[in-house]
Design a protein around this ligand. Structure first.
Ligand SMILES: CCCCCCCCCCCC(=O)SCCNC(=O)CCNC(=O)[C@H](O)C(C)(C)COP(=O)(O)OP(=O)(O)OC[C@H]1O[C@@H](n2cnc3c(N)ncnc32)[C@H](O)[C@@H]1OP(=O)(O)O
Length: 136
């Protein structure tokens, strides 16, 4: 893959996208993790983080799990269960892990928790391998 890690504009993880989330990832055991403190600009209903933002965190964690392992794959299907409202201003800890692989299909799961471990949302993702040159 030929993505320049300093100039790409991914909404979730680019360090230079002015409206992006600027997520930074790390590997922890067999998971890929990040932290994010949602602000008032990320809310839907007053005081609650927009579900699309929570979904972005989960999707990106799974995508990064694969990217960091040299898999070139895109999200083909995503299921999210929102367990409790995510409060604006509270740090979210997000982690993703792989659960399977069959042919081009890779399956992953991710969860977002509050600092005390309370699960906010969980996701199941299906990713399909694509040729590296398909992702620029
Ligand atoms: C520097 C840091 C940057 C890091 C930057 C990190 C960026 C991370 C971004 C976050 C992740 C994203 O948002 S990714 C962006 C959002 N996702 C996308 O844009 C994907 C859009 N969709 C597509 O491009 C396409 O539909 C594909 C590639 C997913 C599949 O198309 P295709 O390659 O033509 O394959 P297709 O023939 O449809 O399917 C191949 C086989 O897979 C099966 N298949 C297809 N979908 C599914 C499915 N959901 N569940 C089960 N099986 C499926 C089919 O039945 C078929 O089986 P058989 O007949 O072979 O048996």
């Amino acid at each position: 893959m030929t993505i320049d890690e300093t100039t790409h504009m991914c909404f979730a993880c680019s360090p230079i996208n002015p409206i992006g989330l600027k997520l930074v990832f790390a590997d922890k055991g067999d998971t890929c993790v990040t932290r994010f403190v949602p602000g008032p600009q990320h809310q839907g209903w007053t005081g609650r983080v927009h579900g699309g933002i929570v979904t972005t965190l989960l999707d990106e964690a799974m995508a990064q799990f694969l990217y960091r392992r040299d898999e070139t794959a895109v999200t083909a299907e995503l299921t999210v269960r929102f367990r409790i409202p995510a409060p604006v201003g509270s740090e979210l800890l997000v982690e993703a892990r792989q659960t399977g692989a069959r042919g081009r299909l890779l399956t992953l799961e991710a969860k977002a928790c509050l600092k005390d471990g309370t699960v906010v949302a969980v996701a199941q993702g299906k990713f399909l391998r694509v040729p590296p040159d398909a992702l620029g």
